[in-house]
Design a protein around this ligand. Structure first.
Ligand code: ATP
Length: 357
């Protein structure tokens, strides 16, 4: 990694007796799109606010761009924050909102106007400068908030759930735009989100947090394919866990059968005895009548299904297993959607399993 723009060692945060951050060690590189992901109350906003300087560090060290930030006020840090609420001034115009942070700068009026115009272009609001801020839609307000933060040219942009107030379609559009914008400006973005899909789509790396600690820090693919713990696996995407028994390198999985597994499939190590085998819905498939496969096959019955148009999710109860496995199948012409109670031959591979002891 290049020398980190953000470097935290052993950072703790207490609110009175409440231990909100419990020893955070974290390096974030210049130019990264980094996400803090976790359920409500895990401490991700606290961590972001600590980096911004709105909260002090109770214990540990926070360096920004190599400098210790203890006692450094938020406006003296190389960071800027975009809030969930956007914090737009409704009585000002769009241009006045965007230029707000420059009001005390020594730039000429023309240079300020040019900077405002460029920032608005950057977020796709070129020509909106004279509009009243109160008349903007949610998505447009979000863009104004971004332009206002970017005009100050921070080294790090901190984003606290910036898209959570938008409806699904607009949120997806803004996810793409934020990603594009980050690549264009090249500065470090740190996004707080509780939406795992959002984090996977947007980030170079993600820190998954539970109860004030980082449970796993990895790129999206590693996080999804090789979750470090069962809790991370449950939080990121869908995974079915089947009871399993380990002996040596061999795992006997209820409903599926015996499989040899590699060390990298066992994040906590492999020890003899009871375990759980995790499997993602898209790594199993249901064979249609007459379909051949070189994969291994288990027999079951469709217990439940959910039709999504492009996909169908099946819950299949495999022979010899109490709990159903979830299987996602692309809907294709000539492949009828199976009904409840239909027999299902399920194809699987040993290398698709993740074993948790
Ligand atoms: P959310 O997504 O709900 O905002 P989060 O992961 O961002 O959750 P934080 O806002 O960082 O969580 O809060 C972490 C914990 O610290 C919570 O239990 C919260 O109640 C507590 N907390 C946060 N701010 C304060 C404060 N100013 N005083 C006391 N406790 C606080």
């Amino acid at each position: 990694m290049k020398s980190p723009i953000i470097h935290l060692t052993g950072v703790h945060k207490y609110y009175g007796d409440y231990h909100a951050l419990r020893g955070i060690d974290l390096d974030i590189a210049e130019g990264e799109f980094f996400s803090l992901l976790g359920p409500s109350g895990c401490g991700k906003t606290t961590l972001l606010r600590t980096i911004a300087g709105f909260e002090d560090v109770s214990d540990g060290t926070l360096l920004l761009d190599g400098k210790d930030m203890e006692g450094v006020a938020p406006n003296r840090r190389p960071t800027n924050m975009v809030f969930q609420s956007y914090a737009i001034f409704p009585h000002l115009s769009v241009a006045q909102n965007v230029g707000f942070g420059l009001r005390r700068s020594s730039m000429s009026k023309e240079a300020k106007a040019r900077a405002v115009g460029e920032a608005l272009e950057m977020v796709g609001l070129g020509g909106y400068g004279n509009r009243a801020a109160h008349a903007l839609s949610g998505g447009q307000r979000q863009r104004v908030a971004l332009a206002r933060a970017l005009i100050l040219k921070p080294r790090v942009l901190l984003l606290d759930e910036p898209l959570s107030a938008l409806d699904k379609k607009l949120r997806e559009q803004m996810q793409n735009e934020l990603r594009r914008l980050q690549r264009q400006v090249g500065i470090t973005f740190i996004l707080v989100t509780h939406d795992q899909e959002e984090a996977l789509i947007m980030s170079d790396r993600i820190a998954v947090m539970f109860e004030g600690e980082i449970a796993q820090l990895a790129d999206p693919q590693t996080l999804y394919r090789r979750p470090a713990t069962r809790r991370v696996a449950e939080f990121i995407g869908m995974m079915t866990f089947l009871p399993a028994t380990v002996r040596g390198q061999e795992v006997e999985v209820a409903g599926l059968g015996r499989a040899e597994v590699e060390a990298e499939q066992c994040p906590g190590g492999l020890s003899d005895g009871d375990a759980h085998a995790g499997i993602r819905p898209e790594l199993l498939s249901i064979l249609f009548p007459g379909e051949e496969t070189t994969r291994r096959v288990a027999e079951g019955v469709v217990e439940e299904l959910t039709y999504y148009g492009d996909m169908t999710y099946y819950d299949v109860r495999l022979e010899g297993c109490e709990r159903p496995v979830t299987i996602s199948m692309k809907n294709m012409p000539g492949r009828p959607v199976l009904e409840r109670g239909a027999p299902a031959r399920v194809a699987w591979d040993a290398r698709s399993l993740v074993i948790f002891g």
